[in-house]
Design a protein around this ligand. Structure first.
Ligand code: 0PR
Length: 376
């Protein structure tokens, strides 16, 4: 820090120049985040000073959080869901597993996750002292329920299913996982960080949320497909006891108990989520998801025309293309200022189609992809 400060305008200039190094979302096909809705940005700014680490001072903001949880609960078939807004899918997954662990104390607990699970579960396991067992996937890259069942032992405390996998956008058979969880008396967490605000708006119906008896908790991120601001993920529990398992007493605060991992916690992104949910409604999200899925179909068709097949038939707005040498193709795209990622197993070129991808941009991208692949 310098001894003397500089004028506000100069600071903003400085920031603006540095920000130019960041990539504008329109060139990005590798992110599960997007430009927040303008109303979300406005709401965020209006709640910028709020801190739900001390809800006694912010009862209005606390009410907004309760409304957001209720709106998500009703969308995901648990109108009386209990939960709160975390900093992201990682925070929600950690806390879900912490509740599962606290409700069923074992000396050497393990949880069973699909091989396709996000790396946030590795963090959770490390923090919580839980062993991870990875269940195999079937040919469509969904977790194989038989593989899950085989891994269960007397130290298993929870199963995890993914609704919208990070790499391929696939949806695990949550109903079958729930059947296994119920028959073994296990906690079932669904990671719908990405899919939670996509799947309810697809034409096809998938059992993935609290409608499925046996689902104990669910992660859903408004800062991904919800067009809200970062940080906004929701952790939802079917039963209040699960939230209770996270309680820590806060003796010197006016409120006596905290269930969150974070202490100081912004209300800004919670207000942003409230604003965008209220404004868009289910029909607004249906429209956004339909537009993304239309782009996915367009890519699929174009790819077929180039003789390229997707790894799996796209289920959500992620499409993974079986090109030769995907890393090389990704770096050639990068030279043309396109940001894509590649998957690990099987290797492919991964495109996440977020609301910021317009038809015009997509056509430009596909033209470049054709050239790079040498297809006329
Ligand atoms: N669960 C699933 C299924 C996810 O896909 C992710 C993140 C998480 C949990 C963790 O969420 P947080 O990152 O909010 O803690 N998925 C993206 C990924 O790792 C996150 C991301 C977003 C990465 C934007 C890059 C990016 O530009 O790929």
């Amino acid at each position: 820090m310098d001894e003397t400060g500089v004028a506000e305008g100069k600071v903003l200039d400085l920031l603006g120049r540095i920000k130019e190094k960041d990539v504008p979302f329109e060139r990005v096909f590798s992110s599960m985040c997007t430009m927040p809705h303008p109303l979300a940005i406005q709401a965020h700014m209006e709640f910028i000073e709020t801190n739900l680490g001390d809800p006694t001072l912010f009862p209005g903001t606390e009410e907004i959080e309760e409304s957001v949880i209720a709106m998500l609960g009703s969308l995901l078939h648990a109108p009386n869901a209990h939960g709160y807004i975390t900093t992201g899918g990682t925070g929600s997954n950690i806390q879900a597993l912490r509740a599962a662990r606290n409700l069923n104390r074992k000396e050497h607990p393990n949880i069973i996750i699909p091989e396709s699970a996000h790396f946030s579960f590795d963090k959770a396991a490390d923090i919580l002292g839980i062993t991870l067992k990875k269940a195999q996937l079937d040919e469509n890259l969904k977790v194989d329920p038989a593989s899950v069942e085989m891994l269960i032992d007397e130290n298993t405390i929870a199963l995890v299913g993914i609704a919208g996998t990070t790499e391929f956008g696939q949806i695990d058979p949550i109903d079958e996982l729930a059947r296994i969880a119920l028959s073994h008396g296990l906690f079932l967490h669904v990671d719908a960080a990405f899919g939670g605000l996509v799947i309810p708006f697809l034409d096809e119906e998938y059992p993935f949320d609290f409608k499925v008896k046996g689902v104990s908790s669910l992660t859903v991120d408004p800062h991904k497909m919800g067009a809200s601001t970062i940080p906004s993920s929701a952790l939802l529990f079917r039963d209040k006891a699960c939230l209770g398992a996270l309680a820590v007493s806060t003796p010197y605060l006016a409120s006596r108990v905290q269930h969150t991992l974070a202490g100081t916690r912004t209300g800004a992104s919670i207000a942003a989520t409230y604003a965008v949910f209220k404004h868009l409604g289910r029909s607004g999200y249906k429209h956004i998801v339909a537009r993304c899925m239309k782009s996915v179909s367009m890519i699929e068709k174009e790819a077929a025309d180039m003789g390229i097949r997707p790894v799996i038939q796209p289920v959500t707005n992620v499409i993974a293309l079986q090109v030769n040498s995907p890393d090389e193709v990704a770096s050639k795209l990068r030279e043309r200022n396109w940001y894509v990622s590649t998957t690990v197993s099987p290797k492919s070129l991964r495109l996440v189609i977020m609301p910021h991808t317009t038809e015009e941009i997509l056509n430009m991208f596909l033209t470049d992809l054709r050239e790079i692949l040498g297809v006329r």
